[in-house]
Design a protein around this ligand. Structure first.
Ligand code: UTP
Length: 292
């Protein structure tokens, strides 16, 4: 048994990034020269995922357009002697199976995941929030293994300073974290007051869920912000069977807000094999820091 499907919820309104996201879905905002969504797909493929299910809104057709054939662009690239880019364009949406499900209104993350139920079927699956970029596929790969071996859902975890927990979902752990970073979870709390937080371990936007989560989602009542919250469905799972977290010290960027997106672009651009050297020179000039 392996986890081979990943759901990417992409039907939200992206209000923190308006007005850019009025016409361009935040999932397609460029990280240097690729859409953020492509980096999420690359991470999934690196963790062994073979089928991507994008939960989209009918108001964001640009996401489907990214995967559509573009013969005129490919012809132009070949004619102008750029066969490698032509090949890269041809592979989009073909190097991994991509399906779409639709959410008719942005009723919350729990609802968005529930919209993928028929496409996912009765098997464990990953959920990847496309506005959280991770440096590697390692975390998701380990989470898939833990889900298969434990038979329960798994969340990705990161440790943050105590005074920052109030902005996140936080777990209540059972016992110690083992040498592989795996910890059993008793409960999850959404955006707790710092004094009430059961730990300093926050849930980052990676989940590997057993399909009984769909039943819990079906019974969700509107929670925080009037939305159907995925965390509330996960609490039902944590209260009734095995549930684990995997802790990693990942460099994680929240590209859903302007400062997080800028940090991701700047840091990744400095390391970019093609654009990095020229960008570093330019940034040195801008900030007047010769040692950058
Ligand atoms: P966010 O809350 O970060 O995205 O949800 P948002 O609602 O689009 O953004 P803001 O807060 O208004 O700026 C995390 C992910 O879940 C998806 C979003 O598209 C985003 O990728 N999502 C959220 C849905 O697909 N449906 C929803 O109802 C809510």
């Amino acid at each position: 048994m392996r986890v081979t499907t990943a759901v990417i919820p992409a039907a939200g309104l992206g209000t923190r990034f308006l007005p850019a996201t009025k016409a361009v879905p935040k999932e397609l905002l460029p990280i240097i020269d690729v859409p953020a969504l492509q980096l999420i797909i690359d991470e999934a493929v690196g963790a062994g995922i073979e089928h991507i299910v994008i939960v989209n809104s009918r108001n964001k057709p640009a996401i489907e357009a990214y995967f559509a054939d573009a013969p005129e662009i490919i012809e132009k690239l070949i004619a102008s002697g750029r066969p490698e880019m032509a090949e890269r364009m041809r592979a989009l949406g073909r190097d991994v199976r991509v399906s779409f499900a639709y959410q008719h209104a942005a009723l919350g993350l729990g609802h968005a995941v529930g919209c993928a139920r028929d496409v996912v079927g009765h098997e464990p699956f990953a959920v990847m929030l496309p506005d959280e970029l991770m440096g590697s596929s390692e975390l998701l790969g380990v989470m898939c293994d833990v889900c298969v071996s434990s038979g329960g859902s798994v969340v990705g975890l990161k440790r943050v300073p105590r005074d920052e927990v109030g902005a996140y979902g936080v777990i209540d752990p059972i016992g110690d974290i083992n040498a592989d970073g795996v910890v059993a979870v008793r409960d999850l709390v959404e955006k707790p007051a710092v004094a009430d937080a059961p730990s300093d371990l926050i849930i980052i936007g990676r989940y590997v869920l057993t399909p009984d989560v769909f039943t819990a989602i079906e019974h969700l009542k509107p929670g925080a912000g009037g939305e159907l919250q995925l965390t509330d469905a996960l609490r039902v799972q944590a209260g009734s069977g095995p549930f684990h977290g995997v802790l990693r010290d990942v460099r994680r960027y929240d590209t859903g807000n302007p400062v997080g997106w800028l940090s991701a672009v700047v840091e990744l651009a400095l390391d970019h094999p093609q654009y990095g050297p020229a960008f570093r020179t330019e940034l040195r000039r801008v900030i007047g820091e010769p040692n950058l």
